[in-house]
Design a protein around this ligand. Structure first.
Ligand code: NAP
Length: 314
């Protein structure tokens, strides 16, 4: 039987053999990536304390950052919490101490959209004599509704670029030397699922900043992996936080703590990961349509959201 199939194949014109080979290789590749994806949900988590005793978390006062900060504290790390709101920071410290009494905490007040000179000096002071093993570049900013570029003034767009791109880059430069000296560490940058589709219209600036984060993480991963530092971009689709107030938790929209649990399981594995299972499913389904169809469908659905928000006066 096997021989007959081979004989039939060999007797075909070369273009059929070529198509068959390309098709077989593609199926094999898809199969291997499914296996790899499944394994990523089964493999054991790394012990985050092995990277160092402290973690720096930006944007820990809400949403994903807050849930991940709690998860890191529960796993035995002390934290330097970098946030813009001193009241939210001190409330967070009280909440954290109540839940994890053994955790040591330091806070740095820094508004990433303003002059960060003083904040960076404070961060250097807070991390000078401590062994920072993990940097979680999580703080992020996005406009609440789908918007054309000309509709908001430039200051807001530059705030998004500063919060999502400039400051994580600078904070990484502050913490890398210590990690290099100790020859260990992990930098986790939070990207976004919208970078896995060809375009994300009406969120042009936000989506572009997340494309920077993906590229930045890949480059750093390649530069520093031999020197013991693991740089990773974590890519969530929608998580139910105040950044996306119209979304409620569902199968495709995890709560911050569901997401944080999955995210921590990925630390130390791969330069790019999509931690939440249903986000992976969503991404796979979105790879099938041609780019122009995806662009049209994304634009149309975001225009619908925009019109609905306008009608509701949001
Ligand atoms: N939620 C989603 O669906 C989703 C999807 C993909 C990617 N992400 C990414 O995930 C990360 C966390 O987002 P989230 O959903 O958890 O949003 P969130 O609930 O709005 O939390 C964002 C955090 O960033 C802080 N932040 C915002 N602007 C800042 C500034 N100017 N200076 C300093 N800190 C600032 C916030 O501080 P305050 O507490 O003071 O507001 C908050 O702690 C972001 O990078 C975001 O782009 C989120």
């Amino acid at each position: 039987m096997e021989i007959r199939i081979t004989e039939t194949l060999v007797s075909q014109p070369s273009w059929i053999i070529l198509c068959f080979s390309v098709g077989t290789l593609s199926v094999l590749r898809l199969f291997l990536s499914i296996l790899r994806g499944l394994y990523s949900f089964l493999r054991p988590s790394k012990n985050v304390v092995d990277f160092g005793k402290w973690a720096v978390v930006t944007g820990p006062t809400d949403g994903i950052g807050k849930a991940m900060a709690f998860e890191l504290a529960r796993r035995g790390l002390n934290l330097v919490l970098v946030g813009r709101n001193p009241i939210k920071l001190s409330q967070l410290c009280a909440e954290m101490k109540a839940q994890v009494p053994s955790v040591e905490l330091k806070t740095v007040v820094m508004d990433f959209a303003e002059d960060i000179g003083e904040g960076i000096r404070e961060l250097k002071g807070a991390t000078k004599d401590v062994d920072v093993g993990i940097l979680l570049n999580n703080a992020g900013l996005m406009q609440t509704a789908p918007t054309f570029l000309h509709e908001i003034d430039g200051k807001f767009w530059s705030d998004i670029i500063n919060v999502n791109v400039v400051v994580p880059t600078i904070i990484s430069t502050v913490l890398l030397p210590g990690m290099l000296e100790r020859r260990k560490g992990a930098i986790i940058n939070i990207g976004s699922g919208n970078t896995t589709i060809p375009a994300f219209p009406l969120f042009s600036v936000y989506s572009s900043t997340k494309r920077y984060i993906r590229c930045f993480s890949k480059c750093l991963h390649t530069e520093y992996r031999q020197r013991g530092i693991h740089v990773q971009c974590q890519i969530p689709w929608i998580v139910a936080t105040k950044m996306v107030p119209t979304f409620k938790p569902s199968m495709f929209v995890p709560t911050p703590s569901q997401y944080a649990n999955s995210a921590l399981r990925c630390v130390g594995y791969g330069s790019e990961v999509m931690p939440y299972w249903s986000h992976v499913l969503q991404t796979v389904l979105m790879q099938f349509p041609a780019d122009f169809i995806m662009n049209w469908a994304t634009f149309k659905s975001l225009m619908d959201v925009r019109n609905q928000m306008k009608r509701q006066g949001v």
